[in-house]
Design a binder for this molecule. Structure first.
Ligand code: NAP
Length: 254
């Protein structure tokens, strides 16, 4: 499976750190030609250097259709097209409903949900001309499956991505493009480390496999959806959470 992305041109939004950088590493090691986007071009470049295998980084804010179009054009010029789009960029600032402002709501929706739409639109002309285009969204268990205080807007954006995916999968099928989504549970990233050891300990206790996920755990699931072997899979989701959503209560794990 991993060999079938060899030489394919892959764009990863939000690839300068966290899950996106893990996805980039997994694809680069599988022989893909990787381009990393993030708001801060220099951080995207640094991440690309770390990933190696000829990866490069570009500045592209997913809330800016123009910036995305310019970046996709540059990737297509340098890599001879775009075959795989990993729409991964996302933010998760917490705000409880009573304190959440309209601006808080818009910021999360504009980045996570409209940003997904903007990203797919900008990549589409290139994916259409690819032999077997692939779109893989990074959603979450939060929203589509679970809730968490402070993340009403975030959960709505992540569930919204799945609604978008299902119609996009139908519309883009005639171009040979598949559209799927991974739904991560709690993944160890730089951001999680900032949440502190108590948060990490409590989260680990609620995971069936008794460990938090790694960014590579998500990267491998994305790699599957992007492979040629997954060509008959579209409009689907894959939860990658170590069984976090399985137990009916914490007692089930004791
Ligand atoms: P992260 O470590 O904070 O990284 C976020 C990435 O997105 C960075 O590269 C950031 O770079 C980029 N980004 C943020 N806003 C952007 C924008 N407007 N335009 C372009 N790039 C932008 O986050 P993460 O934990 O890896 O999360 C990545 C994705 O996984 C998100 O969609 C998140 O919802 C999802 N997810 C994460 C977890 C988890 O446990 N970590 C669980 C479920 C789902 P710049 O700041 O340079 O733009």
């Amino acid at each position: 499976m991993t060999h079938s992305v060899q030489g394919r041109s892959v764009v990863i939004t939000g690839g300068s750190k966290g899950i996106g950088k893990g996805i980039a590493r997994v694809f680069a090691q599988a022989g893909a030609k990787v381009a990393i986007f993030s708001r801060h071009g220099e951080e995207a470049e640094l991440a690309a250097k770390e990933v190696g295998h000829g990866a490069f980084g570009l500045p592209a804010d997913v809330t800016s259709p123009g910036a995305l179009e310019r970046a996709m054009e540059e990737v297509a010029r340098r890599h001879g097209g775009i075959d795989v789009l990993c729409a991964n960029a996302g933010i998760f600032p917490a705000a409880k409903l009573e304190q959440m402002s309209s601006a808080d709501w818009d910021y999360v929706m504009d980045t996570n949900l409209k940003g997904t739409f903007n990203t797919v639109k900008a990549a589409l002309p290139y994916l259409k001309t690819s032999n077997q285009g692939r779109i893989v969204l990074t959603s979450s268990i939060t929203g589509p499956v679970t809730g968490y205080p402070g993340w009403a807007h975030y959960g709505a954006s992540k569930a919204g991505q799945l609604g978008f995916m299902r119609t996009a999968a139908i519309e883009l099928a005639s171009h040979g493009i598949t559209v799927n989504a991974v739904m991560p549970g709690n993944i160890v990233t730089e951001g999680l480390a900032e949440a502190g050891p108590d948060y990490e300990r409590n989260m680990t206790a609620s995971v069936t496999l008794r460990r938090l996920g790694s960014v590579e755990d998500i990267g491998h699931a994305v790699l599957y959806f992007a492979s040629k072997e997954a060509g008959y899979v579209t409009g689907q989701t894959l939860i990658v959470d170590g069984g976090q959503v399985l137990p009916e209560s914490l007692m089930a794990l004791s």
